[in-house]
Design a protein around this ligand. Sequence first.
Ligand SMILES: *[C@@H]1O[C@H](CO)[C@@H](O)[C@H](O)[C@H]1NC(C)=O
Ligand SMILES: *[C@@H]1O[C@H](CO)[C@@H](O)[C@H](O)[C@H]1NC(C)=O
Ligand SMILES: *[C@@H]1O[C@H](CO)[C@@H](O)[C@H](O)[C@H]1NC(C)=O
Ligand SMILES: *[C@@H]1O[C@H](CO)[C@@H](O)[C@H](O)[C@H]1NC(C)=O
Ligand SMILES: *[C@@H]1O[C@H](CO)[C@@H](O)[C@H](O)[C@H]1NC(C)=O
Ligand SMILES: *[C@@H]1O[C@H](CO)[C@@H](O)[C@H](O)[C@H]1NC(C)=O
Ligand SMILES: *[C@@H]1O[C@H](CO)[C@@H](O)[C@H](O)[C@H]1NC(C)=O
Ligand SMILES: *[C@@H]1O[C@H](CO)[C@@H](O)[C@H](O)[C@H]1NC(C)=O
Ligand SMILES: *[C@@H]1O[C@H](CO)[C@@H](O)[C@H](O)[C@H]1NC(C)=O
Ligand SMILES: *[C@@H]1O[C@H](CO)[C@@H](O)[C@H](O)[C@H]1NC(C)=O
Ligand SMILES: *[C@@H]1O[C@H](CO)[C@@H](O)[C@H](O)[C@H]1NC(C)=O
Ligand SMILES: *[C@@H]1O[C@H](CO)[C@@H](O)[C@H](O)[C@H]1NC(C)=O
Length: 627
Amino acid sequence: MGSSSTRSLPKVTICCIAVLLFLSCFSFTTTEAYDAVDPNGNITIKWDVISWTPDGYVAVVTLYNFQKHRPIRAPGWTLGWSWARKEVIWSMVGAQTTEQGDCSRYKGNIPHSCKKTPTVVDRLPGTPYNQQIANCCKGGVVAPNDVSSFQISVGAAGNTNRTVKLPVNFTLLAPGPGYTCGFAKLVKPTLFITPDGRRTTRALKAYDPLDPNGNITIKWDVISWTPDGYVAVVTLFNFQQYRHIQAPGWTLGWSWAKKEVIWSMVGAQTTEQGDCSRYKGNVPHCCKKTPTVVDLLPGTPYNQQIANCCKGGVINSFVQDPSNAASSFQVSVGAAGTTNKTVRVPRNFTLLAPGPGYTCGPAKIVKATKFFTQDGRRTTQAMMTWNVTCTYSQFLAQKTPSCCVSLSSFYNDTIVPCPTCTCGCQNTSHPGSCVDPNNAPHLASVVPANGKTTNLAPLVQCTSHMCPIRVHWHVKLNYKEYWRVKVTITNFNYRMNYSQWNLVVQHPNFDNLTQIFSFNYKSLTPYEAINDTAMLWGVKFYNDFLEQAGQYGNVQSELLFRKDKNTFTFDKGWAFPRRIYFNGDNCVMPPPDSYPYLPNASSRHGISAAILVGTLLSTIAFFFGCL
Ligand SMILES: *[C@@H]1O[C@H](CO)[C@@H](O)[C@H](O)[C@H]1NC(C)=O
Ligand SMILES: *[C@@H]1O[C@H](CO)[C@@H](O)[C@H](O)[C@H]1NC(C)=O
Ligand SMILES: *[C@@H]1O[C@H](CO)[C@@H](O)[C@H](O)[C@H]1NC(C)=O
Ligand SMILES: *[C@@H]1O[C@H](CO)[C@@H](O)[C@H](O)[C@H]1NC(C)=O
Ligand SMILES: *[C@@H]1O[C@H](CO)[C@@H](O)[C@H](O)[C@H]1NC(C)=O
Ligand SMILES: *[C@@H]1O[C@H](CO)[C@@H](O)[C@H](O)[C@H]1NC(C)=O
Ligand SMILES: *[C@@H]1O[C@H](CO)[C@@H](O)[C@H](O)[C@H]1NC(C)=O
Ligand SMILES: *[C@@H]1O[C@H](CO)[C@@H](O)[C@H](O)[C@H]1NC(C)=O
Ligand SMILES: *[C@@H]1O[C@H](CO)[C@@H](O)[C@H](O)[C@H]1NC(C)=O
Ligand SMILES: *[C@@H]1O[C@H](CO)[C@@H](O)[C@H](O)[C@H]1NC(C)=O
Ligand SMILES: *[C@@H]1O[C@H](CO)[C@@H](O)[C@H](O)[C@H]1NC(C)=O
Ligand SMILES: *[C@@H]1O[C@H](CO)[C@@H](O)[C@H](O)[C@H]1NC(C)=O
């Protein structure tokens, strides 16, 4: 498997965690000019190098249709270029080349394309989720002012911003001829703006600054050999502090290295059996080259369970509930190696948890796991163990915001609402797009009676922000030595109960949190020196269940902070949180200049915003500066 290293995309992301700090990404664009009623109309193609790999780089390529009237119609765009040297394309996500070309100089891992002048077309709608990226897979159709993207992993290329050679001779059929493309130019790195619009990063955030080591590790323990293969226990550990895997749970996929089959599984199942026609008599559970595995549901008969299985793929976060932070199943593999020298580890792991966002590295053979017997007096050992690590990136998940923050204070009557249209806009011409709670008959007809539904798209109450979740931060009281905040989380989604929800809050006074009422609390200190981030979650059987929208769809708590005379102030929005995550998703904050401010401080308005932004920027600078 050593040889698979250059080719596997996930490994790339792992490397990039180390390199990211140098922000070694850059972009170059090539633009064509079209004379028409739209003098500036053009299609701009941007390459964002998001990470370096041992032999090249991974880039996200985006076509912007900056033409006011001219859509790219079916059969869509075809993009071509010439490599400046002998580059190859190891893999693509969201698009493909039309020809592989001559890859005969490669053994083992064969590139996706070895052509000097590759020709790329978009994937079609309906491409599986794990083969998509945001804005891809529209069959090459791009409306005016719309975009189309794909990801490309380039090998045999430079892997620093000085050694990369830009491709030349770009051609674009959109569809058919008519476009000429200019030269690729190096431009300033693209700033990726977070959904809250207040923070920018320059490269793919393959990690979360509040949980930089968070990962999901998948461990395979071969526990016995069989005549034609082995039996393994596969365990997914969620080593993320606060991001858990919610219903409908995880979906794990991989590619077998040879012609392995799955004879049987306990505690999970593959979604498809595949073509087992070469087997007579005993038919395997799955013969697919790329099996897709899902957990079994709670209530599975006991004889089909193993420990830690059968939770519908739901895994809690490591901090919140370590005893439920793992999920296991057993797999019996045939047509496989039967010694630790002949077993070939599976490749190309994919994890939906649920939905995209995770990239998995290659499997690494590690020291065999030791198991302790129940009395703790004897250890047994796996025959062989390998690990796969998957990390989350909000960038890859490309979720629209699902949560927003509103603010109020005792010292000002203004309630600052969530920004309008944070998670969507109300569609007045299409009243069914959200639920008006006063319109009861309508409500009954759209909300499933028993909560059983396969449709997980949120069905939200009609609000100006349209978010499924709102977090309200109210500065409630001011004592001499202390001050008090009330936090309320409201669920506006009629289709979702959040069990074991959690909140991550960043505020400088968390270094002196004195008391918290009715929530659990743990301080998260991703950067040892600063103790300003806390994870909050509900008390079991009391308020750890955030019910769907309606009368009971909220939970609340109060926090008591001890004032530090040197830093404490109600001025300049200091008392409001810097950042909030709900279940790992960033909640959009109101713009800083709208924060409630102290009376008699009209002249401070501008200042407060400026200083607040200043604080945020220095926080960001720190994040980058110290990693
Ligand atoms: C290349 O990277 C270095 C530091 O990593 C940076 O200073 C330089 O501006 C980059 N060059 C370009 C063209 O992006
Ligand atoms: C392409 O269009 C965009 C958006 O209208 C514009 O900003 C850019 O300057 C145009 N590029 C060229 C080379 O005309
Ligand atoms: C680019 O196109 C020009 C003109 O067609 C050609 O002379 C040149 O060799 C091409 N460059 C590459 C690298 O293919
Ligand atoms: C995954 O997380 C665990 C626990 O935090 C950590 O020990 C391990 O080093 C992480 N793995 C990677 C590859 O980051
Ligand atoms: C791994 O994924 C790549 C690209 O998606 C694919 O071309 C390759 O065949 C896969 N490897 C195996 C062993 O299936
Ligand atoms: C394979 O098994 C042999 C003998 O049991 C052992 O010495 C060796 O370390 C094992 N190799 C691996 C990679 O586990
Ligand atoms: C493999 O994963 C297990 C479980 O997550 C962990 O305990 C072990 O340290 C990992 N080994 C390596 C070398 O990462
Ligand atoms: C409103 O809904 C209609 C019907 O579904 C749709 O055609 C229209 O594009 C929507 N408008 C907006 C602004 O979302
Ligand atoms: C949420 O939980 C309540 C109470 O347990 C239940 O009545 C309702 O059907 C559930 N709704 C969903 C969408 O699961
Ligand atoms: C952070 O501050 C809180 C409140 O004073 C304290 O309980 C916690 O132990 C501190 N954490 C660290 C890592 O210093
Ligand atoms: C908490 O506040 C007290 C009083 O202001 C101060 O002495 C102490 O150092 C603070 N603790 C931390 C961890 O900052
Ligand atoms: C309260 O804050 C708002 C800004 O959010 C401001 O417009 C208003 O004047 C303030 N009220 C008082 C009484 O100062």
